[in-house]
Design a protein around this ligand. Structure first.
Ligand code: 1YM
Length: 648
């Protein structure tokens, strides 16, 4: 090895390490989910997670993320600094292991609560493997240490001491590899959203975001954590209660629980967000089960004690109408168990009774202390129950009426599918009559139905249901989907497995998408949460050439695809750029946007209700300039929005 710390030879150990990181480069999606914008931002989360774990262990109150002009990103914390001593087992510095061994962070560190371990977290070495450079500076024990990797984790500067300091903490700067990712542009909004969520969950920790590209700085800091989280989700609703906040630590297991909740009028949805060690448990799990049981028992017992039920019992659904709750658990690593398709469901059995007992006791006390509010709440639950029973009755009657007649009357605007196999059927909601016409001709008659929209559907945000229903477009959509709306919406009754919104790739099209999504979000939320709503992505380009009287053609969805298509078609190609769906004939529309074998669909997946709600208010509020600005800045048709998952 050369004396200037630049590594020139490789040992057997290095080869072993490089094999690990090489594997990450060969199959990046296995480690970070995808190589699009979502995957790109995973690189940031891996580094931020380590800084967050350190803060969670009680070291450092400020984490700074900087997006630099050269396309790199840095994360700095004020913790103890990654250990720089030699690891006995391997003879190499712990810091080196953290950035070169897969899962090393989780394996070697001693944090009791680990944010990402056992979940999606794969470790800082993955960020290193997928970067053109990664530079680490550690401030620890009076010394500044430094190490640098390039080209997917090759050491170019061994761990070295470069100076003295009074500071302590870790600074990691890395630049994503453009040969791996389809985009290497960090999105400030996405990083800000992630940091804001972390700040809500970690009260007292400052998260600073600096965007050197624009000079914008932002700080996320919440003294009251979950309470402010609930307040921000409910910002545009009408609360019926104050925000209640409960916390407890179970001495036997070390599991700590914090819950903030609030009930609102005029909202039939329940919004329950749960987290374990600061990671969202999207599929719920034992803690959510415990929460629901505890709340149901507390309300029923209280109501019974005060003779408010007259022999009736309230169901959980009746009680939870209009609730917003954030549940945050800290579970020691040895008790962590995750289940479910995406490992987003807590399996730890102990969490059920711990959360159930905690919320039962504390919520009962809370009801007793706030008796007027409690009586109001129970009235509201009884109203919900009455409405639910009435809706059920109406539906049963409608069902038997339906059986008597053979066909339901459907709008004459709808071109229905022939099949009655609802799960396989697809409803295309299409912008404009002309595209609607092509879609009608190009569809698969058996399984695809077309509903053209004239003009824009209604902005339903904050609107009374009676007014919403008066709108013809909305009424037609409700009728066509066939499963009711609001309280009486029943996902079991939907007539289509996929509801596909097909609009032009422009600002107006984006606006129509969000108007429809707002409507679904407020009145048919399970349609979105169970993954039935999609957005069709029409191609932006057609590349073609006539050769020996035959037309050769390729479609492209983005600039990268365009270059590929040009190569495939070869010299003499022509390119046409589509401005709207109307420019495509029926065959082109079928080939590019409707045929399941070749189309590109985005599944709408609103993961973060906070983002979803703020997105809805930004877009649907009266202020049209901010709406236009938001759409222009955030809806990039050349790229897949991270709100949504790309599916074929
Ligand atoms: C900007 C990224 O990685 N901070 C960080 C990481 C570690 C520690 C402190 C740390 C952990 C422990 C002891 C411990 C990590 N250390 C390791 C390992 N920020 C960032 N700050 N001392 C320091 O848990 O015992 C992995 S992460 F494995 F080396 F201990």
């Amino acid at each position: 090895m050369a004396s200037n710390n630049i590594k020139t030879t490789y040992t057997a150990d290095d080869i072993h390490v490089l094999q690990g990181l090489e594997g990450v480069r060969k199959r990046p999606a296995m480690y970070i989910g995808s190589t699009n914008g979502t995957g790109l931002h995973h690189l940031v989360w891996e580094i931020v997670d380590n800084a967050v774990d350190e803060a969670l262990s009680g070291f450092g109150e400020k984490i700074t993320i900087t997006i630099h002009k050269d396309g790199s990103c840095s994360v700095q914390d004020e913790g103890r600094g990654i250990p720089c001593g030699i690891n006995k087992e391997t003879g190499r510095p712990a810091l080196e292991l953290v950035f070169t061994e897969l899962h090393a962070g989780g394996k070697f560190n001693s944090a009791v609560y680990k944010s990402a371990a056992g979940l999606h977290g794969v470790g800082a070495s993955v960020t290193n493997a997928l970067s053109v450079y990664l530079d680490v500076t550690v401030f620890k024990d009076g010394t500044i240490y430094h190490m640098r990797f390039e080209n997917g984790g090759h050491i170019v500067t061994e761990l070295e001491k470069i100076g003295n300091t009074k500071k302590h903490g870790t600074l990691v700067r890395f630049k994503p590899d453009p040969t791996i990712f389809s985009t290497v542009e960090f999105k400030r909004d996405i990083i800000a959203g992630h940091l804001k969520e972390s700040a809500f969950l970690m009260k007292g920790v400052h998260f600073v975001l600096i965007d050197e590209r624009t000079g914008d700085n932002e700080e996320f800091y919440y003294e009251n954590g979950l309470v402010e989280y609930v307040a921000s989700i409910n910002a545009s609703k009408s609360p019926m209660t104050e925000i209640a906040d409960f916390a407890d630590v179970d001495e036997n297991t070390g599991i700590s629980t914090e819950i903030a909740l609030q009930f609102c009028y005029e909202d039939y949805n329940e919004t329950i967000l749960s987290y374990v060690n600061n990671v969202r448990t999207k599929e719920g799990g034992t803690h959510e089960v415990g929460f629901k049981t505890g709340i149901t028992r507390a309300v029923n017992d209280f109501a019974e004690n005060y003779n408010l039920l007259h022999g009736k019992k309230l169901e959980g659904n009746d009680i939870r109408e209009g609730i917003t709750a954030v549940i945050s658990l800290k579970v020691p690593e040895k008790l962590l168990e995750f289940e479910g398709q995406t490992k987003g469901k807590l399996g730890t059995q102990e969490a059920t009774y711990i959360v159930q007992n905690m919320i039962y006791n504390k919520f009962t006390y809370y009801l007793t202390e706030n008796r007027d509010m409690a009586v109001n709440l129970i009235k509201k639950c009884l109203d919900s129950q009455a409405a639910r029973l009435a809706a059920r009755k109406a539906k049963d009657e409608a069902r038997s009426a339906k059986k008597a007649k053979t066909e339901v009357i459907l709008s004459d605007k709808l071109t229905p599918a022939q099949s009655k196999d609802y799960a396989k059927n697809e409803l295309f909601i299409v912008e404009g009559d002309s595209a609607g016409g092509s879609a009608k001709k190009g569809r698969d008659r058996l399984h695809q139905a077309i509903l053209p929209l004239r003009g824009k559907p209604l902005n339903t945000d904050g609107m009374a249901i009676s007014a919403v229903l008066k709108n013809e477009e909305i009424a037609t959509i409700i009728n066509t989907i066939g499963a009711g709306f609001g309280q009486s919406f029943d996902i079991e009754d939907i007539h289509y497995g996929k509801i596909i919104i097909m609009t032009d790739a422009d600002t107006d099209g984006a606006h129509i998408q969000t108007l429809l999504l707002t409507f679904f979000y407020h009145y048919m939320r399970p349609l979105i949460t169970s993954g039935h709503v999609y957005i069709a992505v029409p191609p932006l380009y057609r590349v073609f050439k006539e050769e020996n009287h035959k037309m050769k053609q390729e479609y492209a969805w983005d600039d990268e695809g365009l270059e590929k298509a040009k190569k495939i078609i070869g010299a003499g190609y022509k390119v046409s750029r589509y401005k709207g769906l109307g420019e495509m004939d029926a065959i082109q529309l079928k080939e590019t946007t409707m045929d399941p074998r070749s189309r590109l669909l985005i599944r709408v997946d609103i993961e973060d209700p906070l983002l979803a709600d703020s997105r809805v208010s930004t877009l649907m509020g009266k202020d049209t300039t901010s709406r236009k600005k938001w759409v222009e800045e955030n809806v990039n048709f050349n790229e897949i929005d991270t709100f949504m998952k790309e599916v074929k």
